[in-house]
Design a protein around this ligand. Sequence first.
Ligand code: TZP
Ligand code: MG
Length: 211
Amino acid sequence: MKEFELYVITGENFHPGRAMEDVMEEAMQGGADIIQLRDKKSSKLEVLEKARKLRQLTYDYGVTFIVNDHIDVALTVDADGIHLGQDDLPLADARQIVGPDKLIGISTHAIEEAKAAEAGGADYIGAGPVFPTNTKEDVVDPVATSYVQAVKAEVNIPFVAIGGIKLHNVDEVLEAGAERICVVSEIVGAEDVKGTTEMFKKRLAAAKGEA
Ligand code: TZP
Ligand code: MG
């Protein structure tokens, strides 16, 4: 898959009064490499409408577009891929539906899940929640940076650290070996979405020795 380092997921309850597509456009202007539409509340039709808007914007900015949960919506708008959790359609079945060219990302919370996703042909995995987060309901206990270290050592597909990652703790995650991070509330809930996105990009660059 195309190189990426900063993955931003929608979280509409963090920006009341602001249109989701405007917030996500600012994140793209700030340097988000992947945008995921994650909406656990809306109807299929509403999710489809949001996906169409994000598909257009992500094309405009050359950003990878992933849809959470809704494989049918992802295929309808020709998203670049889908993201699935441990309780969603199994990876092998999802792959049959979307074919070889779409990206499939899998959320993992334990090294066995991470290895299974790799063996099953996932394109990337999420590793988390690293820190406590209120963004995801019924989220599992934080896996801490030790899980980031374990995935780094034992898994050979790209992984993205997720969960409670803020500007004040991102360096801990990078020091644990993450080269890619995923952020919701700290970016989409920021007063300055573009500026906050740029600050994350700077920290990622600094960790790579680029700044
Ligand atoms: N999966 C694991 S933690 C999480 C998801 C979708 C939410 C991360 O949100 P935040 O606001 O960056 O903690
Ligand atoms: Mg899911």
